[in-house]
Design a protein around this ligand. Sequence first.
Ligand code: ZN
Length: 231
Amino acid sequence: MKDSYVLLTAHYDHIGIRPSAADDRIYNGANDDGSGTVAVIEVASALAKLKQRPRRSLVFVAFFGEEKGLLGSRYYARHPLVPVAKTVADVNLEQVGRTDSSEGPQVATASMTGIDFSTVGDVFQAAGQAEGIRVYKHPRNSDAYFARSDNQALADLGVPAHTLSVAFDYPDYHGLGDHWDKVDYVNMAKVNRLTVRALLMLANDPAEPQWNEANPKTATYRNARRKHEGQ
Ligand SMILES: [Zn+2]
């Protein structure tokens, strides 16, 4: 199965500087999306040390320009590194560091956008049970945030693609104060283990993830999938 692929992605850009600010003018974006970017590197590093490699190939990508409108992932969609028809899933990481959500502490929990759009959500919920992390559907944001990160560019190609997040909204969202010392590193390591486990499940299962036929929100993605698979 090495000629089929699972993607792990995150965006490494943020929103630059605020020239009018008095002191600190730099938008560091530690959580958005420094957390996702270093998680991609850390997960890749852990998986590279495995003696027994997973059956499918794993592809690790950091995208530029998400904040400018998914520029990097749209570019990737036009210039894929591996065949789209052989790309079975994209797991995108956003805001996996901070647990101080605007809705209260989010320790040992994670949510996924479009969690019931495809079977990738089921895989993460099963992996979460094994790792002691509750992977849940956020009543509003799971659906509403699906289009708000790089997973959308892959979904438009028909690839089951979702974004994993710990906090959708938090006090310094797109603010100058999104600093590294506000990241919950113990929890982030736990979320990384969840990601590793879920990626291995996706990469070792001969059955490819499938869009949920019963959910009308997946119709365009299912059509795109059929087109790329030449059916
Ligand atoms: Zn982001």
